[in-house]
Design a protein. Structure first.
Length: 377
């Protein structure tokens, strides 16, 4: 098997699975219970929280565990709008956000909010100036992702934060950092965002757990879930202790030798660009700022056919975000590319485990697909 879809999900390391099994079978106490094994688990939860918070460079008391990145994005949006409910009902976001941001924003637009959706250039680039020009006195929220999950573009969150502080300091800033955390510089202190969304399964952790950072200036955000008062009273429900343990262990493992891992992925990406450049009709859509994502297009060949053909050879790439479930990508559509280019877009994404031999096999398979299949677009 050759797996080149790390932006969709990542393999779980043995150490992560082992700690999760241990928590499930031996350390299964409920953190809300007042007897010994419950209190021990409560203490352990805070250690796991600190591990993730240290990696994000934030106060552990401002990091709240969630079930996934989608939940974190939705919570950030609703909490920001509740916080600024007296400021206004205007939201600024981009056309290349993950659906976990765009869909709730569109739902809010149908409820009477005003939505400004910014388009990138043909390579997916957006500037801080472009975002700030759209901000008005009644803008309650700006939501711009840190790294685009399909293009790999890195967006200027720190510059946007500084610009908002000067132009309209009451406007809150959210960034979906699911594809950026432990892949590009991602410090809560340096980014300056009020909300930062994370997800474990993009960095070798389990599915079913993520986190949301909420800055201290967001006073008493609206609870996501009401109930028993877990997560500081903001997200009730018994904590998913095994998943949280796995998240913490994945962070610990990823941070070990992180610079070398990122350099490895950067070199792999450069190598992939070089290998793919020789394939006729193949275009690099963006070289982005992230080391692990490379979008390309085999112009004229439908992307789903490419994915299916390589998949039959146990080479796994994607036609965009896994959340699209085979639908055309709104991210690629936002680039305004010619139909044949957009229709042939696929994404390769890498992890620390990826090898040049796997890149070679994928490049060879793409060339064979080009040479043996008829273009259909």
């Amino acid at each position: 098997m050759i797996y080149l879809d790390y932006a969709a999900t990542t393999p779980v390391a043995r150490e992560v699975a082992d700690i999760m099994y241990q928590v499930l079978t031996e350390q299964f106490g409920n953190p809300s219970s007042q007897y010994r094994i419950g209190l021990e688990m409560k203490k352990q939860m805070e250690l796991w929280r600190k591990t993730v918070a240290d990696a994000l460079d934030c106060d552990p008391g401002r990091l709240f565990f969630t079930s996934c990145g989608t939940e974190g994005d939705n919570w950030a949006i609703t909490a920001a709008l509740w916080h600024n409910r007296r400021l206004g009902r205007h939201i600024v976001t981009t056309a290349v956000e993950h659906s976990a941001v765009l869909e709730p924003c569109r739902w809010l637009e149908r409820q009477g909010y005003e939505l400004t959706v910014l388009s990138p250039d043909s390579q997916g680039n957006l500037t801080a100036e472009q975002v700030l020009e759209a901000v008005r006195p009644d803008t309650a929220l700006v939501s711009v992702m840190l790294v685009n999950n399909e293009l790999g573009n890195l967006y200027p969150i720190a510059d946007i934060a500084r610009g908002l502080a000067a132009k309209n300091p009451q406007t809150l800033l959210h960034t979906d950092a699911v594809q950026g955390f432990l892949k590009v510089p991602c410090s809560a202190r340096n980014l300056g965002a009020d909300f930062i969304t994370l997800s474990a399964h993009k960095i070798g952790g389990p599915k079913g757990v993520g986190a949301l950072y909420i800055s201290p200036r967001v006073k008493l955000p609206k609870p996501l879930l009401a109930g028993g008062g877990q997560e500081g009273g903001l997200r009730s429900g018994t904590e998913a202790t095994a998943q949280i343990a796995g998240f913490s262990k994945a962070v610990e493992l990823r941070r070990d030798g992180l610079a070398e891992k990122l350099r490895h992925m950067e070199l792999l990406k450069a190598y992939a660009v070089e290998r793919l450049a020789s394939i006729p009709d193949l275009k690099i859509l963006s070289t982005g700022g992230a080391p692990h994502i490379l979008p390309v297009s085999l112009e004229g060949w439908p992307s789903q056919n490419i994915v299916n053909d390589l998949g039959s050879q146990d080479i796994f790439i994607s036609a965009g975000s896994a959340c699209h479930r085979g639908k055309s990508s709104h991210v690629v559509a936002a680039l305004g590319l010619p139909k044949k280019v957009a229709g042939g877009a696929v994404r390769l994404s890498f992890g620390p485990e990826t090898t040049t031999a796997e890149i070679d096999a994928c490049a060879d398979a793409l060339r064979v697909h080009h040479d043996t299949r008829m273009p259909m677009l």
